[in-house]
Ligand binder design. Structure first.
Ligand code: AMP
Length: 147
């Protein structure tokens, strides 16, 4: 098995996020790797900003929705002991931004959750599938049970 050095955790702040995070943390400890984290802003309105914008995490904005997302990222990053320089919040489309950052930061393993959807949802695709398709590195999809 590869000796992973830089692991990227993609976090969506869903109910399952902590489970995916714990699995990433186990791997980081096992490989003595660096843990990076990304949350992609795809569900709050952010007019007049260019696609792919990287949000500065050390500056306060007057935008409450953005500050709330930044606080969630800070909380989970602090819990996982992730260095501030390895925390990322990007405006855009999750699968594209996750894989683009992974390439830029020389990530060798991306960790995402996967719901193992059935029926129509399979046809519509998922973030995990998109990441797997576009990534230049290994991808670990943590199976999330619906219950
Ligand atoms: P989904 O296919 O949207 O249910 O998401 C599956 C997994 O993709 C999640 O468990 C996360 O690991 C990742 N993911 C989804 N949306 C985002 C997002 N906006 N930012 C970062 N990671 C995400």
């Amino acid at each position: 098995m590869n000796h992973y050095q830089n692991i990227l955790l993609a976090i969506d702040f869903s109910d399952y996020g902590h489970y995916v995070a714990q699995r990433a943390k186990q791997l980081v400890d096992q490989f003595s790797a660096h843990l990076h984290i990304i949350h992609v802003l795809d569900n709050i309105p952010m007019p007049d900003t260019p696609y792919g914008l990287v949000i500065p995490l050390d500056e306060d904005s007057s935008y409450d929705l953005l500050e709330a997302e930044k606080n969630k990222l800070k909380q989970i990053s602090d819990q996982l002991d992730i260095a501030p320089t390895r925390r990322w919040m990007v405006w855009g489309e999750p699968q594209q931004e996750i894989t683009q950052l992974a390439t830029q930061q020389h990530i060798d393993l991306i960790v995402v959750g996967s719901h193992g959807r059935h029926g129509l949802a399979v046809l519509m695709g998922s973030t995990a599938k998109g990441v797997l398709y576009h990534a230049d590195c290994d991808v670990l999809a943590i199976h999330l049970k619906e219950h």
